[in-house]
Design a protein around this ligand. Structure first.
Ligand SMILES: [Fe+2]
Length: 545
């Protein structure tokens, strides 16, 4: 029998510090490292075509810095190195998370015509006032040129989630320093700011959100990823979003396996939807929570015309709007009915709330087959902390499982911990041992449920004092309000039990495959052979390999 520890990892924090790590608000801001000094940077866009000019904005306490850029794929390919670049400290507005940093451009350079599509990691190094190095990381995407790309996969990075979770400057779509008491999350966030620490690069031992341990009987859950972040100076949200925790694992895996992969940001779906037409297979991975109406139109049209969308991702939850050419993202979320002007406008469909809210009326299931409000949390806090770590399989005969040797009742991806920490599902019934979507689930015609595991919308724990709960019942109440119009106990009880599914369905001339879990990419990173095989089966079928 494999022995697994039942002790939470310890990062040397006191109980008070552990509480602050989970419930406090800590973030990156200019001046945070004090006397030692700092260097920060951002680019003027998330993605550039080959040949474009990149504008790099730098604020540094050191007068000179060194720049290094590498393409971060199956192998790391250095593409640029420059030293002795002049910089200065630049003023930053208090509400930079909302309005952008507004720094002057420090350096311009061209994307080389030979820089293949992918993610390019920027590292700036300078000398701190104590003579030790100071450093920052950024990342930009080189997107493909338009045109037919037979045999190639297009991966769309979950950049809407990157923007939403970025803690730099104090505000994101979760916590913030906006409002009269400087304690509200921001309903508008800017891309013109550095990425928070841990979005671009992470040490290999940085905990992921789902618990690695099976906690002992009747102990209060802890949140190792936030404790680690607090103890090591990383963003509180490093494990919730970003290239390092999510998108990179698919991209590197696919290249290692010999797939030709191009990379785009979600801005391309919004502003240049024709980019999809060049591909037989478009892939979405990781924690992919924030989309605009136009981005969904792009995918729906692409699939209708014969395209293939493969989503190995979780948490298709919020509609956003883009402003100022994509420089700012708007999402009122829980406050949309109270505060979003779109809710009170003639066309309520663009309200920046849950896709399943009646006023929006466009459940995620109509694009990707699954909904966030029927899924949600598993594997952490008081939400199934000892739950399934892979997808319980119900239809092993499906083509996606060919060659895996998996059986009915097996757990796909348990080894690589593919299931968590946010999953997407549908309302279902089980008949004769097989799940099917209920009549009013909103499932697409011809949708088959291949696998299904339990999840929870509500942190229910006799072992955690209510004051110490991180997830609490807030999301369950919000979903109850959204779907039923009531936040009472009976309504919460009706919505609080969720699930995560793998589904497959045809649409128009195309097809959608969706494994609805954030952590699918973690199983690829860990070399889970069955998860790798299923992923390859999907890509190979869609690429006609
Ligand atoms: Fe999320």
């Amino acid at each position: 029998m494999k022995m697994t520890s039942n002790q939470f990892p310890d990062f040397g924090l006191t109980p008070e510090q552990r509480r602050e790590a989970v419930l406090g608000h800590y973030f990156e801001y200019p001046g945070m490292d004090g006397e030692r000094g700092e260097i920060w940077c951002y680019t003027d866009a998330y993605a550039y075509p080959p040949g474009a000019t990149v504008r790099l904005q730098v604020s540094s306490t050191a007068a000179l810095f060194e720049l290094e850029i590498v393409r971060d794929g199956a192998v790391e390919t250095p593409v640029m190195k420059r030293s002795g670049i002049a910089a200065r400290w630049q003023d930053t507005p208090d509400q930079c998370s909302v309005v952008g940093c507004g720094w002057e451009t420090t350096l311009e350079f061209q994307v080389g015509a030979d820089w293949s599509s992918g993610a390019y990691r920027v590292t700036l190094t300078a000398e701190g006032r104590d003579r030790s190095p100071i450093r920052c990381h950024h990342l930009f995407i080189v997107r493909p040129e338009a045109g037919r790309k037979p045999g190639r996969v297009l991966q769309v990075a979950a950049t809407g989630s990157w923007t939403s979770y970025n803690t730099w400057g104090g505000s994101n779509h979760y916590q913030g320093i906006t409002g009269p008491n400087r304690d509200q999350y921001a309903t508008t966030v800017s891309i013109e700011r550095p990425f928070c620490r841990g979005f671009v690069q992470l040490p290999i031992d940085a905990p992921r959100v789902p618990l690695e341990i099976y906690s002992a009987m009747a102990v209060a859950p802890r949140y190792p990823h936030m404790e680690w972040a607090y103890a090591n100076g990383y963003s509180k949200k490093y494990a919730s979003s970003g290239w390092a925790s999510y998108d990179s694992h698919f991209f590197r895996w696919a290249e290692r396996e010999g797939y030709a992969v191009d990379l785009a940001s979600q801005h391309e779906l919004h502003f240049n939807p024709e980019i999809l037409d060049g591909y037989d297979c478009v892939v979405f991975v990781g924690h992919d929570e924030y989309w605009t109406w136009e981005m969904r139109d792009a995918v729906d049209t692409y699939v209708e015309r014969g395209g293939h969308a493969a989503r190995f991702a979780g948490n298709f939850m919020w509609q956003t709007r883009l402003e100022d050419g994509g420089k700012r993202q708007v999402c009122y979320k829980y406050r949309s009915r109270a505060e979003d002007p779109a809710y009170r406008s003639a066309d309520q469909t663009r309200t920046s709330g849950s896709w399943e809210a009646a006023e929006i009326g466009r459940p995620g299931a109509s694009t990707f087959g699954l909904n966030a409000t029927r899924g949600l949390y598993v594997g952490w806090g008081g939400c199934a902390p000892r739950g399934a770590r892979g997808f319980p399989v119900y239809r092993p005969e499906h083509w996606a499982f060919a060659g895996t040797g998996i059986y009915y009742g097996d757990i796909l991806g348990a080894e690589g911990h593919a299931f968590g920490y946010e999953v997407d599902g549908l309302d279902y019934i089980i008949r004769g041992g097989l799940p099917e979507p209920t009549q009013d689930s909103g499932a697409a015609d011809g949708l088959e449920i291949l696998a299904l595991g339990m999840s929870s919308l509500k942190e229910e724990s006799a072992d955690i004092p209510a004051d110490d709960q991180f997830l609490s019942d807030a999301d369950a109440k919000f979903v109850a309000e959204t779907l039923i119009g009531d936040t009472g106990e009976a309504a919460v009880d009706r919505v609080k039990r969720g699930c995560g599914m793998i589904v497959n369905f045809p649409r128009g001339k195309g097809e959608v495959f969706h494994a609805g879990s954030c952590e699918w990419v973690a199983a690829l990173m860990r070399g889970d052979a069955m998860v790798e095989r299923v992923t390859a089966n999907v890509l190979n079928r869609y690429l006609k390999r």
